[in-house]
Design a protein around this ligand. Structure first.
Ligand SMILES: [Zn+2]
Length: 427
């Protein structure tokens, strides 16, 4: 259900079957050559672990290869802001957090944490008397999902899902201590006619979630009940405590994504006659939406005045005011690819299951190819699941066994000819 927004977009794209021709091309046409190659099946070197936990924060301008133009995303808000590729993680000034879900069928999940600069993930619990395996551990969250760091606290959803009896928004200190229930989401759902909660995002100071009502609609041939889901609304709550409680969000009824300055939301109706719907900037304080652009046909990064997206092998820039659509670079890649836009780089990857191309193509904001990383894992995985997070200093990768952080690339090594894929330890 978390993917409803994406599914709708995919359906629209399939139904439309049209790709508008872009404007003039000034990009390269040849397929990028592989410069540095990292092999995940055989990490060549494990770096020495660091214990200092120093915060390493750079602005985009401090990366020499960054153009510094105003269109570079300034906020590190996640992944593909208008797409589907997100793994639950949070980045704080001191480190990065993920939710680790055991492979058994239990409801248990644990928050794991690594300092910036460290290659070791630990469970987020500082109690020396704890075995970090039970529900009394500070790192434990029952059915945890949607973790976010905001204004000095860590927020996480506990107990998400259909028929949940205990779904809550929980706040804790960044070291995992002092769990506090901020919102009883199950009670809120029941007050609004629902019996199910799905949190779509906690981001940029807002918790965004859908309330559903599931009803038994009949008995199928096998004798079991089938279920029908009736949506009762898309709601939000601001983490700064300025709201008395959640309210329904004016966001087109579907999930919205933070692109930094913009809370991007989708409305089914185009405004200027486009083939698809339209993208709007939702203001969570006023609970109003402002039109940005008709849907350009692909997901991407959408700012206040312009968007970047990937279509037909090229990275496009769309300027809303003039509707000018430029090709910034033609990658020469043929097939189903997509791009992720970060403050200091752009990463292009294949969108296909069993992709024959398992490379990550990493560009700077001058759209020069910085490096190519070969992700050498089994073919049954989508490459998009490999790059699961990024920080100011690293690209963080998983493998084909799940969505845990397994490897990382130091951004400072991009383009150096000395790129290595390093491995994380999990204690
Ligand atoms: Zn513990």
């Amino acid at each position: 259900m978390k993917r409803i927004f994406a599914i709708v977009l995919v359906m629209l794209l399939i139904m439309s079957g049209c790709h508008e021709e872009a404007g003039g091309s000034d990009g390269e046409t040849e397929r990028p050559a592989s410069s540095g190659v990292g092999d995940l099946s055989d990490p060549t070197e494990r770096p020495t672990s660091t214990d200092d936990g120093d915060t390493v924060t750079k602005t985009p301008a401090e990366y020499g290869s960054i153009s510094g133009e105003s269109y570079v995303p300034e906020k590190r808000v996640g992944y593909v802001c208008a797409g589907t590729h997100a793994v639950d993680h949070a980045v704080s000034p001191s480190g990065i957090y993920f939710i680790e879900k055991p492979s058994d069928d239990s409801d248990a999940s644990f928050i794991i944490y690594a300092d910036h600069g460290s290659d070791i993930f630990i469970k987020l619990c500082g109690r020396p008397d704890c075995m970090h395996s039970g529900s009394d551990c500070n790192a434990y969250v029952r059915q945890g999902s949607d973790i976010c760091y905001y204004d000095g606290y860590l927020y996480v959803i506990s107990g998400e899902g259909a028929y949940t009896e205990d779904c809550s928004l929980i706040r804790m200190d960044p070291d995992g201590s002092d769990h506090v229930t901020v919102l009883d989401l199950t009670a809120y759902a029941e007050e609004n006619g629902g019996n199910s909660i799905v949190c779509d995002r906690i981001t940029e100071g807002a918790c965004l979630f859908s309330v559903y009502r599931w009803e038994k609609t009949g008995v199928d041939a096998s004798g079991s009940y089938s279920l029908d889901s009736k949506t009762t609304g898309y709601h939000y709550y601001l983490l700064d405590g300025t709201m008395d409680g959640p309210v329904e969000a004016y966001t087109g009824g579907l999930a919205c994504y933070s692109c930094g300055d913009v809370f991007l939301t989708y409305f089914p109706e185009p405004v200027n006659g486009g083939a698809l719907g339209s993208y709007w900037d939702w203001d969570p304080v006023a609970n109003e939406a402002t039109f940005l652009t008709d849907h350009p046909g692909e997901p991407g990064w959408f700012g206040e005045e312009q968007a970047f997206y990937f279509m037909d092998g090229a990275i496009h820039r769309l300027t809303y005011g003039t509707q000018k659509d430029e090709i910034m670079v033609d990658t020469g890649l043929e097939g189903d690819y997509y791009a992720m836009f970060f403050p200091d780089c752009v990463v292009v990857a294949s969108n296909e299951w069993g992709a024959s191309d398992n490379n990550l193509y990493i560009y700077d904001w001058s759209f020069k190819l910085l490096d190519t990383v070969r992700v050498n894992v089994a073919q049954q995985i989508r490459t998009q699941d490999i790059l699961i997070a990024e920080t100011a200093d690293r690209l963080i990768l998983s493998d084909n066994t799940g969505s845990e952080p397994k490897y990382y690339i130091e951004k400072k090594d991009l383009g150096s000819g000395n790129l290595e894929v390093h491995e994380f330890d999990h204690l």
